[in-house]
Write a protein that binds this ligand. Structure first.
Ligand SMILES: [Zn+2]
Length: 474
């Protein structure tokens, strides 16, 4: 997830101190469970049943691949797009939804046949000419254009397509993917992506995965990117700007692509240069790096206020410090490869990425995780850190608040203390391995922690994840 820079004192404090994958069948089952046929007929639901974002995602189908062809003119801020979604129906469908916010739809086909559609808020409701059979593969093509802008999240922050003075900062957590392409916009549905993004030739367009090629003609350059491993829609990016580009291959054979706004270049360089060693260190701790590409996008976007772990290549609103780079890199395992099934479980992303910062500091001459834990634990019971338990933020307005990050990380530290370092690292590695490219829930993590450690840590985790107020000293 994102790493808020400006919101909390905790962030400042932390920075200063600074398993069998859920198979597609299981995902399909969840989607089916979320999308029962209604009395009106077999229609896909308008959401996947997320309590915090009821309209996020859609029931009745699974998108296997997005092909996004985009053109962006930073001067006029006009976007043209064609999205080709390859999907599989998980039930009979006479009608289904995509999430799409704002932009004008100019054409829509299902399997190359014109389909009826209507807009209803963020729902693009599609009625194909003939019903889709359960299990049938189908292709939806949507052409669109307009002036994209971000959505305002329940906590007041912006996400989605955020224009900058030279392009756009594009980061979609939790809702913003639908501001620039029609999507099954929930992490429950993960897909492969291809991007072809055309921008004026003095700009660079950076998406996820591997750069397949770039071609300049008639004053414009088209960048083609491919993200092969499954990706949640919110982790897609198509950030545009005047960027300095650096490409290299690490000694492990990983392709790195860095794009940096020249205004941030001096501050960013020493931190970005550490990316290979950070990924190597994290690979030793968490298991093999999940993706075939890596890199960083460092934009100059002072109105954004956060960074996001966009898959394979995080996007930063300004030059990151080292602990932020460690945080977003750790998300590649925890959040990107292993995804949420519900936004309520957000601590599985943020608690883990924050704890990676603590571990990094501990092993690189900084404070021990114990010292960081103690400093936080010393806060009085009235402190915002204890406002709610990390396993139950209460609503989408609090999923990026301090308890999710700091008490989430404290929960992992309490677990580590209870089971010992060796068992703790075994748990982290097993989590990343067994749920690689899939999903994981808090309940699954608790069971795995007990299984791997052989200890009855469930009650301890319950207290730290769900207990109200400041837990007793462990
Ligand atoms: Zn994060």
């Amino acid at each position: 997830m994102r790493h808020p820079r400006s919101r909390t004192t905790t962030t400042t404090l932390l920075r200063r101190e600074a398993v069998a994958a859920i198979v597609p069948v299981a995902v399909a089952a969840l989607l089916i469970a979320a999308g029962p046929a209604t009395a009106a007929g077999p229609t896909g639901t308008s959401g996947v049943g997320d309590p915090y974002f009821p309209l996020a995602g859609n029931g009745g189908y699974h998108v296997t691949h997005y092909g996004l062809t985009l053109g962006y003119d930073p001067g006029s801020r006009h976007l043209t797009g064609t999205a080709v979604l390859t999907a599989r129906a998980t039930q009979r469908l006479t009608r289904f939804d995509l999430d799409f916010n704002g932009l004008k739809v100019t054409g829509l086909t299902v399997d190359h046949v014109k389909a009826a559609y209507k807009r209803d808020g963020q729902e693009l409701v599609i009625t194909p000419k003939r019903a889709l059979r359960k299990g049938e593969r189908f292709r939806v093509t949507v052409t669109y254009n307009g002036t994209p802008g971000p959505v305002t999240d329940p906590d007041g922050s912006l996400d989605g397509w955020i224009p900058t003075d030279d392009g756009a900062f594009v980061a979609g957590e939790p809702q913003g993917a639908m501001t620039w392409f029609p999507a099954n916009n929930h992490p429950l549905d993960k897909s492969a992506y291809d991007f072809a993004i055309t921008v004026p030739k003095d700009r660079v367009a950076v998406a996820n995965g591997v750069l397949l090629g770039r071609r300049t003609a008639n004053g414009k350059t088209t960048f083609r990117w491919r993200q092969t491993e499954p990706m949640a829609a919110y982790l897609a990016t198509a950030t545009v700007g005047k960027f300095q580009v650096k490409q290299y291959t690490t000694r492990d054979g990983l392709k790195v692509y860095d794009a940096v706004d020249p205004r941030e270049a001096t501050a960013a360089a020493p931190v970005l240069n550490k990316l290979p060693s950070v990924l190597e260190w994290e690979s030793k701790l968490f298991g093999p790096y999940p993706f075939r590409a890596a890199g960083s996008i460092v934009d100059h976007a002072p109105n954004v206020g956060y960074a996001l772990e966009t898959q394979s290549r995080p996007v930063y609103d300004s030059a990151p410090d080292l602990s932020t780079l460690v945080h977003e890199s750790a998300h590649q395992w925890f959040g990107d490869s292993v995804s949420l099934t519900s936004w309520k479980d957000i601590w599985l992303n943020e608690g883990f990425a924050t704890y990676a910062e603590w571990l990094y500091a501990e092993q690189h001459g900084g404070d021990t995780a114990q010292k960081t834990f103690d400093a936080l634990y010393a806060r009085p019971a009235t402190d915002g850190l204890w406002a709610f338990p990390p396993g139950d933020p209460g609503s989408g307005a609090h999923i990026f608040d301090t308890p999710v990050y700091a008490r989430g990380a404290m929960t992992l530290h309490v677990l580590r203390t209870a089971v010992g370092d060796r068992a703790f690292l075994r748990i982290l590695r097993a989590w990343a391995a067994q749920h690689r490219y899939g999903h994981g829930t808090t309940a699954q993590f608790e069971r795995l922690a007990e299984r791997e450690s052989g200890k009855n840590v469930g009650p301890l985790l319950q207290t730290w994840l769900y207990g109200k107020g400041k837990p007793a000293k462990p």
